[in-house]
Design a protein around this ligand. Structure first.
Ligand SMILES: Nc1ncnc2c1ncn2[C@@H]1O[C@H](COP(=O)(O)OP(=O)(O)OP(=O)(O)O)[C@@H](O)[C@H]1O
Ligand SMILES: [Mg+2]
Length: 172
């Protein structure tokens, strides 16, 4: 890997609002077709991060946990004010990848009309696309979380690179 390629970076969030702000910074960079996989234990902040991401996409309704419906679609607008759909998927309740197949998970992660954000993606491992942005959240202390961004594929290497530059410039 060349020196100009920053494969991944991580950052500590000190509050739910800071996690939402990071989600918003990512949200502003997203384009139709992008896939964001959010992993981490219960309460690590996946939904909180998604709330910030949705705010950046100008989603009006509140973003909660789509635990009982598996997927919630939100209409928003991208950075150029063009309509963009946010598919918020939560696979916590599915038993295996076969369940994910039944509700059209593959169509969602291969969508061209919006961005897909997936909580508990490991539940549908065999159906995951080859390229995506993985975001790993982990509990550090009561209000502290570590958030790691790991790109898979060229598009996401570039995305993480931009995100890193913006996060560093805001924080420093
Ligand atoms: N720095 C932080 N970042 C994110 N959430 C935080 C932080 N500090 C405290 N919290 C709290 O942790 C909880 C995170 O809940 P959230 O629903 O986002 O987690 P989750 O990863 O989506 O869980 P689940 O697997 O159940 O869907 C919230 O109550 C939030 O207020
Ligand atoms: Mg959640």
């Amino acid at each position: 890997m060349s020196a100009s390629r920053r494969p991944a970076f991580d950052i500590i969030s000190h509050s739910p609002d800071q996690t939402r702000a990071l989600g918003a910074q990512l949200g502003r960079l997203l384009e139709r077709g992008d896939i964001v996989l959010l992993s981490g234990a219960i309460g690590s902040g996946k939904t909180t991060f998604t709330q910030g991401l949705a705010r950046a996409l100008k989603v009006r309704e509140p973003v909660g946990s789509p635990t009982f419906t598996l997927v919630v679609e939100h209409d928003g607008y991208d950075a150029h004010d063009h309509p963009i759909r946010l598919y918020h998927v939560d696979l916590y309740r599915i038993a295996d990848a076969g369940d994910a197949a039944t509700f059209g998970f593959e169509d969602i992660v291969n969508t061209a009309d919006g961005v897909a954000v997936v909580e508990w993606p490991e539940r549908a491992q065999p159906l995951l696309p080859a390229e995506f942005l993985a975001v790993h959240l982990s509990w550090v202390a009561d209000t502290k979380r570590q958030i790691e961004f790991v790109p898979r594929g060229q598009r996401y290497v570039a995305l993480v690179d931009r995100l890193h530059s913006e996060v560093v410039s805001v924080r420093s």
